[in-house]
Design a protein around this ligand. Structure first.
Ligand code: SF4
Length: 273
């Protein structure tokens, strides 16, 4: 059985991919990486492509176990976040949709589709209150405030290998580590419809992936039809109290390398943003 003692919560983004390179090259001791997939219809397709094309082969080539985990129902079938969100007749609103004041509402997606999925695997592999697993989280120095938002589960001890590194590593250091391993820099990882996505990234999606953007607009329509039927206020995927299609212009072209967005979303594998 796999040794659960030391794992990385792999989110598929820059920080946790840097951890993959550090582990693969013997600079940190984490033989197991766990990617909790919210659904092949829910994770950003670019993240899933990176996972299949680069992260998994790289991990295998370097003797690292990279497991892709899914949320399963009692009967063993996979439940996806998109499936839960769009199920006919559902009243469930698991993602942090934006209310009229622009603030995100409460969410259950992180807990149900990331933390519990990881936790289930850890417990199945022997982690418990008396023998907690060490879980490495990819938080870099430039987003250190996120450390405090992470509540440890009883079966785990969270650690922060990028911060423990001497010197502590920033996001651009992570990108350098990945490039030195001759891997492409991974895209931002999160569900493609995540309402925590900053406006600039919605604009980039509208410009670069118009079909995906249209699907996000359609999701707003589905959710609001349901809300109307229940006599509730509308909710939105952006912070502007109106439909995405009205609120978000297509982004201007930016030069490669000038991306200053460090919003982490689910990069670190548990989306405790
Ligand atoms: S990326 Fe957003 S929608 Fe997806 S699980 Fe994380 S918080 Fe929820």
């Amino acid at each position: 059985m796999t040794n659960p003692a030391r794992v990385i919560a792999y989110g598929g983004g820059v920080q946790s991919t840097a951890l993959l390179v550090l582990a693969a090259t013997g600079r940190i001791n984490f033989p197991v990486f766990l990617f909790a997939n919210t659904g092949n219809d829910s994770e950003d397709p670019a993240t899933l492509e990176y996972l299949q094309r680069y992260a998994k082969p790289y991990a295998t080539a370097h003797g690292i176990e990279l497991h892709e985990l899914h949320r399963t129902r009692r009967d063993g079938t996979v439940e996806t976040l998109w499936g839960r969100l769009t199920r006919a007749g559902s009243r469930s609103l698991p993602i942090p949709v934006r209310m009229s004041n622009g603030a995100p509402g409460t969410r259950s997606c992180t807990s149900d589709f990331k933390i519990r999925v990881l936790g289930k695997w850890l417990k199945q592999h022997g982690a418990n209150r008396d023998k907690p697993a060490t879980v490495g989280i990819g938080i870099s120095l430039d987003e250190i405030e996120r450390v405090n938002r992470r509540r440890a589960m009883p079966y785990e001890i969270p650690v922060y290998p990028l911060l423990d590194h001497d010197p502590p590593l920033r996001r651009h250091d992570c990108a350098r580590i990945i490039a030195a391993a001759e891997l492409p820099i991974p895209p931002k990882s999160a569900c493609w419809f995540c309402p925590l996505k900053p406006p600039r990234r919605w604009g980039e999606m509208r410009r670069d992936r118009p079909r995906l953007f249209r699907s996000a607009c359609e999701l707003e329509v589905i959710l609001n039809a349901r809300r109307r039927a229940l006599g509730k206020d509308p909710v939105w995927l952006s912070r502007y109290d109106r439909p995405l299609a009205d609120a978000i212009p297509a982004a201007q072209q930016t030069l490669p390398g000038l991306d200053a967005d460090t919003g982490g979303l689910c990069d670190n594998g548990s989306c405790f943003t």
